[in-house]
Design a protein around this ligand. Structure first.
Ligand code: GDP
Length: 393
């Protein structure tokens, strides 16, 4: 967004012809080299009930066993069925290009992408960026329409993450069922104003690219089939697919399912767009919202932005300080009440001892007076009196 002002002032730009080769035509190559060296990072979230084929599809998409086959896991380590957020990462490489892939598996709802990692990423404290670039939402192949829980989930997340709805295990539905199911899902999505990720199209794009984007868009929600097994087709080809008594469903065959188009959207053509949209739009929206909720107006100029990040950071520090103060005060109060209690105890003991001494003193004084006045002592006092008298003579 901060690049917009420069582009919006074309009147200042004078087009000049170069007298010779300068070399900035090599910029794309520089960018290419740098990104190959650094590698890429992509975080994908998969959501849906367990058993919908999420891990199988991720393995199929990246052609790797990111998720180990369940039968290889010891019973105790069996992948949870699950409600907890689970994250799995892998470095994969293709033709010298490295991709650090993180898959976040969560059947739960929520504010997950609002998590603290984002906040810390924005304050620059944490280096690893945990922004989720795409969310694959697995829809159960019921053939009916979206469930309430699906709608609820999408409504909570569509402004925060690139949402990609997919129909899981599409091989369990016929072609007509898939087509009707898609229509109903799209109608539900439109009815609830849910924004799903669309391949972006730019005015200066060539026809082929536009046609490709349209083709991809026409398949949403992608009806997919996943399989990490190679099976033989009746005509003798080895394909990734699922073998049934009546035939083979091929993962990579566009007549059989939309897997190829999904992969194109997620990996081959629009991965960078997904990343960019996450950082430039979704993340910025989230940040603006956060700042507005803290009473800070948004401005897109860079120094201001740093200032805002500082404000966010300071707010966090202030919160921590307040919490610490509270704990401190609590401790002081505890200590004070303990001291007060022991002071009271001490005072009570002191008073007791003083009273006892006072009593003793008055008794002795009384005795002294009797002796001095020559009065006889009471029988119990007489023995000591007589003794004393005897000693004196
Ligand atoms: P997860 O719990 O969502 O990760 O599901 P899994 O990937 O573990 O798959 C659960 C079961 O569904 C396994 O037996 C898979 O072989 C099977 N499965 C996965 N993908 C498909 C699919 O596209 N079609 C069909 N029919 N079965 C699938």
């Amino acid at each position: 967004p901060s690049l917009v002002p420069a582009a919006a002032a074309p009147s200042n730009i004078i087009r000049k012809k170069l007298m010779g080769y300068v070399g900035f035509a090599n910029l794309p190559n520089q960018v290419h080299r740098k990104s190959v060296r650094k590698g890429f990072q992509f975080t994908c979230m998969v959501v849906g009930e367990s058993g919908l084929g999420k891990s199988t599809l991720i393995n199929t998409l990246f052609n790797t066993t990111l998720y180990p086959p369940k039968e290889q896991l010891p019973p105790s380590a069996e992948r949870s069925k699950t409600v907890a957020i689970e994250s799995i990462g892998a470095d994969i490489e293709e033709n010298g290009v490295r991709l650090h892939l993180t898959v976040v598996d969560t059947p739960g709802f929520g504010d997950f992408v609002n998590n603290d990692d984002r906040r810390t990423a924005s304050t620059g404290i944490k280096i690893v960026d945990n922004r989720v670039h795409a969310c694959l939402y697995f829809i159960q192949p019921t053939g009916h329409s979206l469930k309430q829980i699906d709608i609820e989930f999408m409504r909570r997340l569509h402004t925060k993450v690139n949402l990609i709805p997919i129909i899981a295990k599409a091989d369990t539905l016929t072609d007509e069922e898939v087509a009707e199911f898609k229509q109903r899902i799209l109608a539900d999505i439109a009815h609830h104003n849910i924004h799903i990720f669309q391949a972006p199209t730019y005015d200066n794009e060539d026809e082929e690219t536009l046609a490709e984007a349209e083709e991809i868009a026409s398949k949403i929600p992608f009806a997919v089939v996943g399989s990490d097994k190679i099976v033989a087709t009746p005509d003798g080809r080895q394909v990734r697919g699922r073998a049934y008594p009546w035939g083979v469903v091929e993962v990579d065959n566009e007549d059989h399912c939309d897997f190829v188009k999904l992969r194109q959207m997620l990996v081959r053509t629009y991965m960078e767009e997904l990343r960019e949209y996450t950082n430039d739009v979704l993340y910025e929206n989230w940040r603006t919202e956060k700042l507005l909720s803290m009473g800070v107006a948004q401005d897109s100029t860079p120094p201001r932005r740093l200032q805002e990040e500082r404000i966010l950071h300071e707010a966090k520090l202030a919160k921590m300080e307040a919490e610490m103060k509270m704990v401190f005060q609590q401790k002081v109060q505890e200590k004070e009440s303990k001291l007060k209690q022991s002071e009271e105890e001490l005072y009570a003991r002191h008073k007791e001892m003083k009273d006892a001494l006072e009593k003793q003193r008055s008794e002795l004084e009384d005795k002294k007076r009797r002796i001095e006045s020559g009065r006889p002592l009471t029988p119990e006092k007489a023995s000591t009196g007589r003794k004393k008298g005897f000693l004196r003579t």
